[in-house]
Design a binder for this molecule. Structure first.
Ligand SMILES: Nc1ncnc2c1ncn2[C@@H]1O[C@H](COP(=O)(O)OP(=O)(O)OP(=O)(O)O)[C@@H](O)[C@H]1O
Ligand SMILES: [Mg+2]
Length: 242
């Protein structure tokens, strides 16, 4: 299997807090890989290191064998790592199409071309009929789909999704699972997903990686990870039992 992403011995400290401690992992091209762990485990910090928002104190990030550790976020995005955020980062006063076009402008300065790419991404997430709506009037799911479409319009080979299912109903989650499987298999986009909703993770993932207090405590197929005693302890022992 070809590794699309390799995280090598990454350590990140915030003052006295060690958010990531010598974390190493790989994501295989074409896979759906999930990253789970209790609140404060370091999941978002790891995504921030991967896409260049924060620089690690130690360790390296390789994307398709290129060392991207020192590159700025836009350069990393241009190479093919897309991202959505735990705290939705849509522009609330802009339209759906405008929000998504911003992503497409990464690869072109031609606004018409960017808009047509944005429309393609909106079709994938089912929002093409709401392209002229102002984002602040949308539902939570729709806002998340605007952000997903924006990430898709940057043409990622690897897409990092940080708690995209949070706040959604069971029915919405079921719909989203199907969509993500389709994005993975039909668009050939490798997915790396941070998720609290364990059912979601177990259903969709080829591999699950578990972080606890900045340390990787398990990695493997979902059923193996779910029965790992260290993982059970991290979830039951912590204050967060989600
Ligand atoms: N910019 C920052 N400055 C200081 N401390 C930070 C910063 N970002 C994260 N931390 C700390 O690093 C640790 C890991 O946080 P992180 O947000 O990565 O966890 P998480 O696994 O994403 O948690 P959650 O499930 O709640 O989203 C926490 O102790 C957090 O308080
Ligand atoms: Mg987080």
């Amino acid at each position: 299997m070809v590794e699309i992403l390799k995280v090598e011995n990454v350590t990140k400290r915030f003052g006295g807090v060690v958010a990531l401690k010598q974390v190493s992992l790989t994501v295989e091209e074409g896979s759906i890989t999930s990253l789970i762990g209790p609140n404060g485990a370091g999941k978002t910090t790891l995504f921030n290191v991967i896409n260049g928002y924060i620089k690690p104190d130690e360790g390296r990030i390789f994307f398709r064998e290129e060392n991207v550790t020192k590159l700025p976020p836009h350069a990393i995005c241009k190479r093919g790592i897309g991202r959505t955020f735990q705290k939705n980062r849509v522009f609330a006063n802009m339209t759906v199409l405008e929000n998504v076009t911003i992503g497409a402008l990464l690869h072109t300065s031609d606004v018409d071309e960017a808009e047509s790419r944005a429309l393609e991404s909106l079709k994938i997430v089912g929002l093409q009929n709401k392209k002229n709506r102002v984002v602040k009037n949308l539902t939570i799911l729709e806002r998340k789909m605007v952000e997903l479409a924006r990430a898709l319009s940057t043409r990622p080979a690897l897409l990092l999704l940080d708690e995209i299912a949070a706040g959604l109903t069971e029915a919405e989650i079921a719909w989203l699972l199907k969509l993500l499987k389709r994005i993975n298999s039909e668009l050939n986009i490798t997915l790396f997903i941070v998720e609290h909703v364990l059912k979601f993770v177990m259903n969709i993932s080829d591999k699950v990686i578990v972080l606890d207090h900045g340390v990787k405590i398990a990695e493997g197929p979902p059923e193996e990870v779910a029965s790992n005693s260290k993982v059970i302890e991290a979830y039951i022992g912590g204050e967060d039992n989600a």
